[in-house]
Write a protein that binds this ligand. Sequence first.
Ligand SMILES: Cc1cc2nc3c(=O)[nH]c(=O)nc-3n(C[C@H](O)[C@H](O)[C@H](O)COP(=O)(O)O)c2cc1C
Length: 370
Amino acid sequence: MAKLFERTRLGKLELANRLVRSATWMGLATGDGQVTADLIEVMEMLARGGAGLIVTGHAYVSPEGQASPRQLGAYADHLVEGLARMAGAVHGRGGKIVLQLAHAGVFARTNLTGMPALAVSRTGKFEPGKCRVIEAEDIERLVSDFVAAAKRAVEAGFDGIQLHAAHGYLLGQFISPLFNRRTDRYGGSAAGRTLLCRRILAAVRATVGPAFPVLIKMNSSDLSPGGLSPDQAVEAAAYLAKEGVCAIEISGGLPRGGGLSPTWTGIDSPDKEAYFSSEASLFRKNLDVPLILVGGIRSFEVAANIVEQGLTDLVAMSRPFICEPDLAARWQAGDRRPARCRSDNLCFRPGLAGKGVRCVTFRKAVRTGS
Ligand SMILES: Cc1cc2nc3c(=O)[nH]c(=O)nc-3n(C[C@H](O)[C@H](O)[C@H](O)COP(=O)(O)O)c2cc1C
């Protein structure tokens, strides 16, 4: 059997295989972040479809930290009931699910939140009137918001949490020298730039106990001039690994015109796949923590080789599972054709229009026979 389909563990998290559905905002929550029947249906399809681990879309931990319309929330107790239904539905289908916790920082949608966006520093993305710089008391509140959201994940029965420190959102903004020009102890060096993340990890640990699985997704590069470089990312990851994360998911890129995005287009041959592989090998060489690679993985052979050769321990995909929630089961059953996903990012469009993220290309291709 391919190693990809062997059972594995991340800390106490036991997984049926090494394929992960990477966090994907589906645009299917209610306007205030509650779970809906449509979102549960998607999660059930993914669990039935055989991914060893499902990471939810990013759930905002503070009301001012919302990034996208109809985004999942984890910022208040009234959301726990729906989250518990979601986790229960996945477990009912034999799946495992972790809740991704996030804050959009300077990229929050102020038109949705009605509040100023929180900026790490007064850098390029800072818009006076729309943003304000994070003060010492904001930091204390952010730590407690992440901890409260982690507690809600436990209460709702999730198998773990993943901190979203990738893609230029708030925790990634702290880690990145492009966004973080702070002169207090939260900036200046890798130790300073990771301090907020480390404080959150330690406080979460103190609250949820030593065994509860805590993962982190981070950039291996901001892919942007002045942004986090692969060497700086490894240095930051070493600090984070010391806080007892059970896996690091390796991604990269920034949102909305901040550089290259995490979702590259034109992945039409195996040599274009797994586009953070060289950064991942740097992580592997320098860190002793389970790793997950995401970004452009489309073929069974590419995915299988990554784990076979030990580049990372698991592989994750997002867009392929939007198009084919049963991709893992298909591969496992012996149909090893590549994912149908064309990596054109058109799946964002219905999501941004409030209709939920879905593959429009493949449906169109089926209708027209192209
Ligand atoms: C519609 C959509 C929503 C996404 N939402 C999230 C998210 O909530 N959290 C996150 O960490 N990444 C998110 N991503 C990024 C993916 O998890 C992944 O890192 C990226 O798409 C590259 O992987 P892929 O080539 O397999 O799609 C999203 C991507 C897409 C296409």
